[in-house]
Write a protein that binds this ligand. Structure first.
Ligand code: CU
Length: 159
């Protein structure tokens, strides 16, 4: 039963990831309505590196509806968002050299995409990670869970 559900979710993930068959490479879309295409992302613990590609399927420019993809611990999100606001658009709403940030893309506008690659060496299996957009006001809607391993929780969330 669990096995079947895991396969179902895996197929959904593959479908949303398009050409990516590698489970260590994730694609996520965003749009002009301040939305990510997924609220939960998962990579297996066998991934030593993870590559995340953020696409913006909308039309609005980055300064109006720009999005980025930032990964951090749940408890660090609000601190990073506030520091990102202070950093401003010229820094992609991401504070420089901030140790709390596990990974961050640049900000993209409509029709653009960007990719970030990061090591999983610092990720702990079972710890709570959150991905979010640091553009002003976006993180309350544009956020989701990032799971390192733990396929059971992924299967449950996929229902
Ligand atoms: Cu955004």
């Amino acid at each position: 039963m669990t096995y079947v559900r895991v396969i179902g979710v895996a197929m959904l993930l593959l479908a949303s990831a398009g050409a990516y068959a590698d489970p260590c490479k994730i694609a996520i879309d965003s749009n002009d309505m301040m939305q990510f295409s997924a609220h939960e992302l998962a990579v297996p613990t066998s991934c030593t590196d993870v590559e995340v590609t953020l696409r913006h399927a909308g039309r609005l420019p980055a300064k109006v509806m720009g999005h980025d993809w930032v990964l951090a611990k749940d408890s660090d999100v609000s601190g990073i968002v506030n520091a990102g606001l202070a950093a401003g658009l010229s820094h992609g709403f991401v504070p420089e050299n901030d140790k709390r940030i596990i990974a961050a893309t640049k900000v993209v506008g409509g029709g653009e995409s960007t990719t970030v690659k990061f090591s999983t060496a610092l990720l702990l299996q079972g710890a709570r990670y959150v991905f979010f957009c640091t553009a002003p006001g976006h993180s309350s809607v544009m956020h989701g869970k990032f799971l390192f391993g733990d396929a059971t929780r992924v299967a449950q969330a996929g229902k």
